[in-house]
Design a protein around this ligand. Structure first.
Ligand code: GDP
Length: 363
């Protein structure tokens, strides 16, 4: 999963990104992730993995990872090519979801690019840039598709209608969201890689004093503003995140407890990102390793196996499944089998979150 961090200058993006890279530096290496200066990789916290490692006496654990992309440089006028705008907008096209950092802390020493801290205005500024950028993409696409549609291609006519519908929504200053379209339409829309059709998570960056207390006026305003979109607002303090990113796990817990927080802001962001994208985890476990795999909800067993290796998908025979809770209750996989808690499932089985799976396949 790739999440792009956007926001106006001086809202705390780099601070949060530093926290991410520092926290990530301690985790195992992730062969599947691209490591670049603007990419931070963090493991997805999952208490189940440690329990399973103890159960199997496994040599190692491999959590799943999230890649955070620092998409700095988005400013007013970016879609018109101001700053390094267009380049950054192109970067956002690659991500699965957007984490939009909004400044909700006052600090007279830290200038705001627009003079005053105002979260809803900030949010509109960035969102308008995303909208402008998409409108440009749409214009080009509409021109091309309408030419093709004239020659009578039915598919092009359908696409043209969808393109025009999105354009109207964007011109009204809104994002095109899934609920405005049916399933087939949404499939076409996704292929356009528009910025404004990506799921968004708002991150309200508050001061150290405000993070554990009731929402301040700025956070309240922000929540009220995004209510209709149905987007989530996560309150964090970027500078605290940066501080705790250097702690060992036990120290981190202690520190959070003292602040009156149950989990770190980064963990909250990861969890919400998962939910936003409809992602779940299944697990493979044995003495060698316990490993988490990320799939989208509704993924069938062979495709889930394909995450491990394409051969697993091609030669899929069956999946032996023990739900995590059942496996822990049984105390071992042998016992779970004896109790009949390990099920054999075929190619139509939809994998569930927390399934501990052994795939059988032909090579
Ligand atoms: P960016 O331009 O969005 O990347 O913003 P930075 O991360 O560079 O932050 C801008 C300034 O705000 C820096 O001086 C940070 O130390 C400060 N800052 C960032 N997050 C917080 C926070 O949560 N609380 C306070 N008080 N200051 C912060």
């Amino acid at each position: 999963m790739k999440i792009g961090i956007v926001g106006l200058p001086n809202v705390g993006k780099s601070t949060l990104f530093n926290a991410i890279t520092k926290a990530g530096a301690q985790s195992a290496n992730y062969p599947f992730c691209t490591i670049e200066p603007n990419v931070g990789v963090v493991s997805v916290p999952d208490y189940r993995l440690d329990k399973l490692v103890a159960l199997y006496n496994s040599e190692k654990t491999v959590p799943t990872a999230i890649e955070f992309f620092d998409i700095a440089g988005l400013v007013k006028g970016a879609s018109k090519g101001e700053g390094l705008g267009n380049k950054f907008l192109a970067n956002i096209r690659e991500v699965d979801a957007i984490a939009h950092v909004v400044r909700c802390f006052e600090d007279t020493n830290i200038v705001h690019v627009d003079g005053k801290v105002d979260p809803t205005r900030d949010l509109e500024t960035i969102n308008l840039e995303l909208i402008f950028s998409d409108l440009e993409v749409l214009e080009r696409r509409i021109q091309k598709t309408s030419k093709n549609a004239k020659s009578g291609n039915k598919g092009d006519k359908v696409e043209l209608e969808i393109l025009i519908k999105i354009k109207e929504i964007l011109e009204g200053g809104k994002f095109a969201s899934e609920k405005n379209f049916d399933e087939d339409e949404w499939e076409i829309i996704k292929s356009l890689q528009l910025l404004t059709t990506k799921p968004v998570l708002y991150i309200a960056n508050v001061s150290e004093e405000d993070v554990a207390s009731e929402d301040n006026e700025m956070v309240k305003a922000l929540k009220e503003y995004v209510k209709d979109e149905g987007s989530e607002v996560i309150k964090i303090c970027a500078s605290i995140e940066e501080e705790i990113s250097q702690f060992e796990p036990e120290e981190k817990e202690e520190f959070l407890r003292e602040l009156g927080l149950s989990e770190s802001g980064l963990d909250k962001v990861i969890k919400s990102g998962y939910k936003l994208l409809g992602l779940i985890t299944y697990i493979t476990a044995g003495p060698k390793e316990v490993r988490a795999w990320t799939i989208t909800e509704g993924t069938k067993a062979p495709q889930a196996a394909g995450k491990i290796h394409t051969d697993f998908e091609r030669g899929f025979i069956r999946a032996e499944i023990t739900p995590y809770e059942k496996l822990m209750e049984a105390g071992s996989d042998v016992k779970a089998k004896e109790l009949g808690w390990t099920r054999v499932e075929g190619k139509d089985y939809e994998v569930k979150d927390g399934d501990v799976i052994l795939f059988r396949f032909n090579v």
